[in-house]
Ligand binder design. Structure first.
Ligand code: NCD
Ligand code: ZN
Length: 322
């Protein structure tokens, strides 16, 4: 299979030594990726965006396009104008909902003026949509907020990130301006994989993987090829020692193309749509012209990348990236 311009629409690459170790796992498989801004400190200024982009490009070289996100705050029009040509989207984290999101938003109403400006300047809004409710309900409880935003701001393109439930799989095809990204782990895993037997800390993330009915609805949605639906890995590396302190995040980057090739049973056109075409068409994306070849040969996923244990560590796949 040859995949043209694969794009990861949701990626955490961290900073410093960790970035140097994990980013090559993505650049060997992707032409571009949307880079999440929940660094320490978070990316909130033009200066921060440019500095982080430079750090990424020093490691990736020219043959990879980082699409930069900014951590959404109550920005002025002047701030947004300064940012707009250097970013792909703004990322909305409800306050404290996940890793490094302590400076997130408390009330959506407060942020409406900023959201209207995003619509005015054609900047997409990407959302980690969870309430602070009970774990399995957090995402479905956020659904009315997604719908309200989609209706109130018809000129704003909104991305529901890493959708994990049947309800959101249904919502993903209801509005033209409400897109969705789906991860590898929500597509393949359930709570039973996380804690049905021995606890597997490497499958712990936010939003948590859910029930088989949710996973099946996501699989059906992705296989339908709907234009609103795009691949975003949410690959989120944490050093092994932090995973045992409860850090949320699954490091899926090393196994993405072999696992998706298996999921789509070698159907190149379906994979192409999910991992590239829909994103390019939805956002008019410009990434380096890079194709990645997958061959039907046995490949074993790495057991460690630096200090991080990847998803499916040590598992055998029938496809490998050439
Ligand atoms: C992400 C991280 O570690 O940065 N963790 C996660 O569980 N997905 C943050 C996020 O995207 O929620
Ligand atoms: Zn994420």
């Amino acid at each position: 299979m040859i995949i043209n311009k694969p794009i990861d629409m949701h990626l955490h690459v961290r900073q410093g030594d960790m970035l140097k170790k994990v980013l090559p796992e993505t650049t060997s498989q992707f032409a571009g990726a949307v880079i999440m801004p929940n660094t320490i400190p978070p990316i909130t200024t033009l200066e921060g965006v440019l500095k982080y982009k430079e750090e990424i490009q020093k490691v990736s070289g020219e043959n990879f396009t980082p699409l930069m996100d900014v951590f959404l705050q109550d920005f002025t029009e002047e701030e947004i104008r300064a940012l707009k040509d250097n970013i792909f989207a703004m990322k909305f984290y409800p306050d404290g909902i996940t890793t490094n999101s302590e400076s997130g938003i408390n009330s959506i109403e407060d942020i409406y003026p900023t959201l209207e400006l995003l619509a005015k300047y054609n900047i997409p809004l990407s959302i980690h949509g969870e309430t602070n409710g009970s774990m399995l309900n957090r995402e479905r409880e956020f659904a009315p907020t997604y719908e309200k935003l989609a209706r109130d701001l018809p000129n704003l393109t909104i991305m529901m990130e890493h959708i994990s439930t049947k309800e959101l799989a249904e919502l993903a095809t209801k509005y033209d301006n409400l897109k969705a990204t789906v991860t590898l782990h929500h597509l393949l895993l359930t709570l039973d994989d996380l804690c049905g037997g021995a606890l597997n800390v490497h499958y712990f993330c936010k939003p948590t993987v859910k029930l088989a009915t949710d996973r099946d609805a996501l699989q059906e949605l992705v296989k339908s090829g709907h234009k609103n639906v795009m691949f975003g890995s949410d690959s989120a590396p944490h050093p092994l020692k932090n995973k045992f302190k409860g850090a949320a995040g699954i490091f899926s980057a090393p196994v993405i193309l072999p696992a998706l090739a298996e999921f789509f049973e070698g159907d190149e056109s379906k994979l192409q749509r999910f991992i590239s075409d829909n994103a390019i068409n939805n956002f008019n994306l410009n990434v380096v012209d890079k194709s990645v070849e997958l061959v039907e040969e046995e490949w074993v996923a790495p057991r460690m990348v630096g200090e991080v244990v990847p998803m499916f560590a040590g598992k055998r796949f029938n496809w490998r990236v050439k």
